[in-house]
Write a protein that binds this ligand. Sequence first.
Ligand code: TXA
Ligand code: MG
Length: 341
Amino acid sequence: MTIVINMRDRVDNKKIKIAAKFIREGKLVAFPTETVYGLGADALNEKAVRRIFEAKGRPTDNPLIVHIARFKQLYELARNVPREAEILAEHFWPGPLTIVLPKKDNVPKITTGGLNTVAIRMPAHEIALNLVKASGRPIAAPSANISGKPSPTLAEHVVDDFYGKIECIIDGGEVKIGVESTVLDLTTKPPTLLRPGGLPLEEIERIIGKIKIHPAVKGKTVDIAKAPGMKYKHYAPNAQVIVIEGDREKVKEKIKTLLKEYKKRGIKVGIMATGDFYEADAYVNLGNSEEEVAKNLFRALRELDKSGVDVILAEGIEEKGLGLAVMNRLRKAAGYKIVRA
Ligand code: TXA
Ligand code: MG
């Protein structure tokens, strides 16, 4: 049975206590964060964490992010905490930054996908923070979607994927950011960006200087899987996604041309673009800023896919600010099918 707790209008700490009890009992609780919804369990309880993998259909070598609510928990999970980690935590926590550090022995291998490192973040969402505090446990939580589906930005998405399969879903309304956290590996020098996300690269570099970008962030070939998540197909809708990249005006022209060609061939087309409306079978306006596009991206993919179109044409945006995270997700969703305008 799944209990859905509605906290869209008001955070209710009495209800959070019910969810926290579930966590302590080794049960699964989906909850909102500022990035996307997470599917949480006690990070130190092997059995509970194993259930996350089963529920998602997630390969067990793809490690989870451990969520904390107090700075001292960082020292309870990481074997050593370099000064850089403390500086980043001071600047960006609570917030959409996940840091990878050597793990302590108390963190089970199932949580870290067999790795000797652990990914840690302090989310900037009252419900998430209060849930971690009330449970008294660090909470392991991947995005609350079935493996291979777009991450959930609304509780409805979690209900679609997990109703009846987990004990509790906390509905906190729409998330603020819409793409997952930025994952930064601090075990390398300089640190390595493993996944662009809700905290723009530019902001991190302003504090700690140049960082390396893992080649998988922009391309598809991964040799050494440092973030094993990179080797799996993500955000894959049933429709074929095609990303159109290049100069904005030319991209818009190209979308019109492709739309005409597909229509002639009787192929159903969905379009997600910034601003302009298109006479397609389905259309989602992504908004105009990188922030808006990030917030609307996963919902757009889910909606267009539900509409039953055969092809989704997606307008690419500039890779600055949240644009880097957006383009990383879009290209993955497209299986790297990219058209240059
Ligand atoms: O915003 C987020 O990060 C959301 C919310 C719920 O916090 N969570 C999330 O988790 O996106 P997930 O499991 O969907 O993505 C976790 C990413 C994966 O790419 C995984 O490979 C990487 O973090 N990761 C986790 N632990 C790691 C580790 N020890 N070393 C390298 N990468 C790691
Ligand atoms: Mg995920």
